[in-house]
Write a protein that binds this ligand. Structure first.
Ligand code: UGY
Ligand code: MN
Length: 254
C-alpha cells in the first residue's frame, strides 16, 4: 500500500508501552554494527516499551555477522530461521539451521551468523538482559521447531503449542510456537504480567490487543506489553501460526 498506486495508509498501530502491530510494508532498513550484507529492521525495543529487542533480518548473498551478536555478560540472544538456511555458531559449535531452525545463546556467549547459499535467508532475532538466579545458568540450545511435536494448548483441540527452549528454572524466558486451526481461538482473553514479541509465520486472523480486534496476517509483528489484553481468532484456510517470546521463571522485582 502507498503512493503512487494507493493512499498513504498503514495497518500498523503503535501504542508506546502497551502494544504494537507492525506491518512489514512500513519497515525501513536499520544499519546494525557487525551485520554485513543484511537488511535489518528493529521491531520491538525499549523505545517502544519492550524489555527486549526483536529484529527481522534478511541475510542476502554473503550475509553474515562474524563479529558476534550479543556475548555481553548479562545479555542472552535467540535466532529463528523464518526462511532460507544459515550457519549459526556459538562456543565453537556450528549449527546448520534451515526453516524453523533456532539457536539460543546464554549470557557471555556470542552468536555468529552466516547465510548459506546464494539466496536470501530471513531471520527473527532477539536479545534481552538475562535476569540471574543464584546457582543457575542457562546453556546453548539449538534445534528445529519442525522436529518438535505439538502439544494441545489449554485443552483446546484446535490450538497447538511448542516450547522451543527447556522449561528449567535456569532460563528466564522461553520461545514458543502457537498454531490455531482456521476458526480456532484462545480459550479466553489473556491479561498477564509477561511481555511478548510475536512474529506471524502463517495465516491470518483477528487479534485482540487492548480489547480491540484488529486484522493480522503472515509477516506482521506484534509487541504485547505487560497486562495488555490479548487473544486471537484464526480466519481463512491456513493455520494462524506465530513464534513468540515470553518471560518466565522469575519473580517481579520491587
Ligand atoms: O503464552 C502466552 O501467554 C500466549 N498464549 N499469549 C498469546 O498468544 N498472546
Ligand atoms: Mn500471552
Amino acid at each position: 500500500m502507498g503512493y503512487p498506486k494507493d493512499l498513504l495508509a498503514s495497518r500498523s498501530i503503535i501504542e508506546h508501552g502497551k502494544y504494537a502491530l507492525i506491518a512489514p510494508e512500513g519497515l525501513v532498513n536499520n544499519v546494525v554494527p557487525g551485520f554485513e550484507n543484511c537488511i535489518i529492521s528493529i521491531l520491538g525495543s525499549p523505545k517502544l516499551g519492550a524489555s527486549f529487542v526483536d529484529y527481522v533480518v534478511t541475510m542476502q548473498k554473503g550475509g553474515r555477522n562474524s563479529e558476534g551478536f550479543g556475548g555481553q555478560s548479562d545479555v542472552e540472544t535467540f535466532v529463528y530461521v523464518i526462511e532460507g538456511a544459515i550457519k549459526a555458531s556459538a562456543d565453537d559449535q556450528d549449527f546448520t539451521l534451515e526453516e524453523s531452525g533456532y539457536l539460543y545463546c546464554p549470557p557471555g556467549t556470542k552468536m555468529y551468523l552466516e547465510n548459506l547459499g546464494d539466496t536470501d535467508s530471513k531471520l527473527f532475532l532477539y536479545k534481552q538482559k538475562y535476569r540471574p538466579l543464584e546457582g543457575k545458568k542457562p546453556w546453548v540450545v539449538s534445534n528445529h521447531a519442525n522436529k518438535i511435536a505439538y502439544q494441545i494448548y489449554d485443552g483446546m483441540h484446535n490450538v497447538n503449542l511448542k516450547d522451543l527452549l527447556p522449561t528449567d528454572i535456569d532460563f528466564d524466558m522461553n520461545f514458543h510456537i502457537l498454531s490455531f486451526d482456521p476458526a480456532a481461538s484462545h480459550p479466553f482473553i489473556e491479561t498477564h504480567v509477561q511481555e511478548h514479541g510475536a512474529y506471524l509465520l502463517s495465516g491470518e486472523g483477528m487479534y485482540n490487543l487492548d480489547n480491540k480486534w484488529v486484522p493480522v496476517k503472515k509477516g506482521d509483528y506484534i509487541f504485547m506489553g505487560p497486562y495488555v489484553h490479548q487473544a486471537a481468532y484464526a480466519i481463512g484456510r491456513e493455520n494462524l501460526t506465530y513464534v513468540y517470546s515470553k518471560d518466565c521463571n522469575r519473580d517481579v522485582e520491587l
